[in-house]
Design a binder for this molecule. Structure first.
Ligand code: NDP
Length: 286
């Protein structure tokens, strides 16, 4: 090995996104785009973790010298239990999507999902949240990350609905202290209409859609699927049929939340507009 190569192998930091499933993740591609923009050399992998193996996987990656980890479905709440210190927003969410392995051997947890969604809605999609009626579908780690930031942007109301009522009711009660949020069953949702409907379920990963009633989209409304794929997601296809005026997949959020993780790890802000264009040139059509 030449001296240059030896030095390169020492400084190339390692990162990963871990989840189940995770093979579909575009995070490795996004972090490499950011790294090129910022002249940083890094390794970023997508690593599948079997159910029940999350805590051990985290310790293994730390022992192998990884510098940071993103966490995806379904482990964000598990991650919040594993970290030694936690940001305020991750504590409020009780969900962690970004871990930094500190030099002293401790783990710091953050949650960049809410910031990512808000930046995508307000900056990329020019969608105002203030005074709007919002439906959040889902009550998992992703929903937990976005609720407080959405409520802080002063919507008229936020309704939460979820396949499993118990989980939906629990999250609604938990976040009531941050603003006007209420639990609505799928049936109750049919009495309402919304300016923004956010699909924060993992249904798209299995080609499903949440069992929502028809006619929930107000005139001019946006249907936002946190999921994404090469083609339109089932939720977006359904929303267009139901009269949503605009639709967007979760790639913009993915890029924006990745930028916040990147900044935590590398102390530089990448260009998210260029990255989004590179991974999804025709986003609003998909
Ligand atoms: P969790 O496993 O924590 O939660 C999954 C949620 O989806 C639960 O509310 C679950 O309902 C619901 N769900 C799953 N399958 C179905 C179905 N077939 N019909 C109706 N509801 C269903 O996952 P996360 O919250 O971490 O992630 C949710 C999704 O958001 C994932 O697809 C993830 O990739 C995406 N995501 C995208 C981001 C982005 O940047 N674009 C960022 C973060 C997440 P129940 O409680 O009944 O089980």
């Amino acid at each position: 090995m030449t001296a240059d190569l030896f030095e390169f192998s020492l400084v190339k930091k390692r990162f990963a996104v871990i989840g189940n499933p995770v093979a579909h993740s575009k995070s490795p591609e996004i972090h490499q785009i950011f790294a090129q923009q910022c002249n940083i050399v890094l390794d970023y992998q997508a690593i599948h973790v079997d159910h029940g193996g999350f805590a051990q996987a985290l310790r293994n990656l730390q022992a192998r010298g990884f510098a940071g980890i993103n966490i995806t479905v379904p482990y964000k709440q598990n991650a919040a239990e594993q970290v030694d210190s936690i940001s305020k927003r991750a504590r409020v969410a009780n969900a962690v999507n970004t871990i930094k392995f500190e030099d002293d051997g401790s783990m710091y947890g953050d949650n960049t999902d809410g910031e990512g969604l808000l930046r995508d809605l307000e900056k990329n999609l020019c969608q105002s949240i203030c005074d709007s009626k919002i439906l959040v579908v889902g009550a998992g780690g992703a929903a937990r990350g976005i609720l407080e930031p959405i409520l802080a942007a002063k919507p008229e109301m936020v309704a939460i609905t979820n396949r499993t009522a118990k989980r939906g009711i629990s999250i609604s009660n938990e976040f009531l202290q941050y603003g006007p949020v209420s639990w609505q069953s799928f049936d109750q949702v049919s009495e309402l209409s919304f300016d923004i409907v956010v699909n924060a379920t993992s249904a798209s990963l299995t080609g499903d859609i949440p069992n929502l009633p028809n006619q929930i989209f107000a005139p001019g409304s946006l249907a936002y699927d946190m999921g994404y794929g090469e083609q339109s997601t089932p939720f977006i296809i359904w929303a267009k049929k139901q009269g949503a005026a605009r639709t967007a997949n979760g790639l913009g959020m993915l890029v924006e939340q990745a930028a916040s993780s990147f900044k935590l790890w590398h102390q530089v802000e990448p260009d998210t507009g260029a990255a989004l264009l590179a991974i999804c040139p025709n986003r609003m059509q998909s």
